[in-house]
Design a protein around this ligand. Structure first.
Ligand code: FEO
Length: 395
C-alpha cells in the first residue's frame, strides 16, 4: 500500500494492525500503530525514514513498485529507533552508497545498532538540502524523545516531517486527522504524550516556541506514527504546549491493588468521601493488577491528584503498585498532589512505603495516608470516607 499525500510526496510506510505491545512490554497499543515512511520526488528523490524490521521485505518490495531504488538520491533518518530504521539494513544492501542524512547522535546510534559503515551525512539545525523545487531544512529535536531525534521541514510544500513528535499509536486506513474519530485520535495522542514525552516537557516547550518563532507556514505535519495532521495541523502543536505545561484536569485518580478486597473497599469508601466534598470532580478507580498500566498513566497525566493504595505484603507493597510508582517517578510528573492508603494484617508498612516513594517521585504528599487493619468494618469505612473528604479539601 502507498498513497500520495501531495503531488510530490508519497506515503510508503506500513500499517501494523496487529501490534498490541511496543517497547517490549512498556507500551500497550490497543489500536495497533503505523510506521510512516515518505518518498519525496523532486529533481532529487528522498526517502524519509523506513519501517520496523519485521516488515522490511514488504517495505522494500513496496518501495520498488514506487521507484527504481537506484533513483533514490538521499535517505533521511530522522530518528534511529528500530521502528523507523529497522528496514535500513535490507534497503542499504541494494543501494549501499546512498547518503543517509541524520544528526551526529543518529549516526552513532545507527552504527551501534547495525554495525554498518554507511555513508552518513551529519546535519545540524538550520542545515538545508536543495532537492529541486523544494528545499529541506533540518531541525534537531534532541531528547524528543531520543538524543538523535530530528524534524525535517519541506519548504515549498510546507510539510513538517516530525517523526515521533505529534504521533499516535493508531492504525487507521483513513490516515488523516480530519477523517478519523476525534475522541480516538486524541486519546491515542494524549496517551503517547503522557507515556513517552512527559519527562521531556520543558524541551517540548522550548522546541515548539523555537519552531513557532520562525513563522514558517505548516500545511501538514507528517508524523512517523498514526495519522497525518492536515486539517488545522497546528492544533496538535497547541495541544502539546498545553500538555507540556504541567497539564491537569479536574480529576483525581485512585490506583490500588488488593489481596482480599480490603484495600479495594477502602478505595471505594475514599472515593465516596471525595464526592461528598466535591460533586464536580471526576474520580476514577483502577486496580493496577487488572488495568492497563499505560492507560493508568494517561489518567494520572490528566489528574490534579492521585491516591495510591496497596495492602502490605512481606513488609512491602504489592508488585503492581510498585511498578506504577516506578513509572510515575520515571516520567517525572509535576504539580500533582498525592496520598497513600492500604490495609494490613500485622506489620503494616505499605502506607509509609508508598508515601516515601511518592515523595521520592517529587509529588506533593498532602497527608500521612490511612491504613486499616484487616478488612475494614463500618467504622473503618467511615474513617476512609472521612479521609476522602479531608483529602478533597486539600486538592
Ligand atoms: Fe517511533 Fe522513538 O520511535
Amino acid at each position: 500500500m502507498s498513497f500520495k499525500i501531495t503531488e510530490k510526496v508519497t506515503w510508503v510506510g506500513k500499517i501494523d494492525w496487529e501490534l498490541r505491545r511496543f517497547h517490549g512490554d512498556e507500551y500497550s497499543t490497543h489500536r495497533g500503530t503505523s510506521y510512516n515512511s515518505y518518498l519525496i520526488r523532486d529533481k532529487k528523490n528522498v526517502l524519509i525514514d523506513t519501517v520496523w524490521k519485521p516488515f522490511d521485505e514488504e517495505f522494500v518490495d513496496n518501495l520498488k513498485k514506487e521507484i527504481d531504488l537506484n533513483e533514490i538520491d538521499y535517505i533521511i533518518a530522522n530518528h534511529g529507533e528500530i521502528d523507523h530504521s529497522g528496514s535500513l539494513p535490507l534497503l542499504m544492501k541494494e543501494i549501499p552508497e546512498v547518503p543517509i542524512y541524520c544528526t551526529a547522535a543518529g549516526a552513532k546510534i545507527l552504527k551501534a545498532h547495525y554495525h554498518e559503515d554507511w555513508n552518513f551525512v551529519k546535519v545540524k539545525t538550520g542545515d538545508t538540502l536543495d532537492i529541486g523545487e523544494n528545499k529541506l531544512t533540518f531541525i534537531e529535536a534532541k531528547m524528543l524523545h531520543w538524543p538523535d531525534s530530528m524534524f525535517t521541514y519541506m519548504g515549498g510544500e510546507n510539510i513538517l516531517f516530525s517523526n515521533d513528535a505529534f504521533g499516535q499509536h493508531y492504525a487507521s486506513d483513513l490516515m488523516y486527522n480530519d477523517l478519523v474519530d476525534q475522541a480516538e485520535l486524541y486519546q491515542e495522542a494524549m496517551k503517547y504524550y503522557a507515556n513517552i514525552l512527559t519527562p521531556f516537557s520543558p524541551l517540548v516547550i522550548k522546541k515548539i516556541e523555537e519552531v513557532l518563532s520562525s513563522n514558517v507556514p505548516v500545511n501538514m505535519i507528517a508524523t512517523s506514527h498514526g495519522v497525518i495532521w492536515r486539517d488545522n495541523p497546528t492544533q496538535i502543536v497547541e495541544k502539546y504546549l498545553e500538555w507540556a505545561k504541567e497539564y491537569q484536569e479536574n480529576q483525581i485518580t485512585i490506583v490500588y491493588d488488593s489481596m482480599w478486597n480490603a484495600t479495594r473497599r477502602m478505595a471505594e469508601a475514599i472515593e465516596e468521601g471525595i464526592k461528598i466534598e466535591d460533586k464536580n470532580v471526576v474520580v476514577k478507580l483502577f486496580n493496577a493488577a487488572h488495568a492497563d498500566k499505560n492507560d493508568i498513566i494517561t489518567e494520572i497525566f490528566k489528574s490534579k491528584a492521585i491516591l495510591i493504595g496497596a495492602s502490605t505484603v512481606n513488609n512491602s507493597i504489592l508488585s503492581s503498585i510498585s511498578g506504577i510508582l516506578d513509572m510515575i517517578k520515571g516520567l517525572g510528573f509535576k504539580n500533582k498532589k498525592a496520598a497513600a492508603f492500604g490495609s494490613y494484617g500485622w506489620s503494616g508498612e505499605s502506607v509509609k512505603i508508598i508515601t516515601e516513594r511518592l515523595k521520592d517521585a517529587k509529588l506533593e504528599v498532602i497527608n500521612d495516608g490511612i491504613k486499616e487493619l484487616w478488612n475494614p468494618d463500618e467504622e473503618g469505612l467511615k474513617r476512609c470516607r472521612e479521609f476522602g473528604v479531608n483529602s478533597a479539601k486539600n486538592l
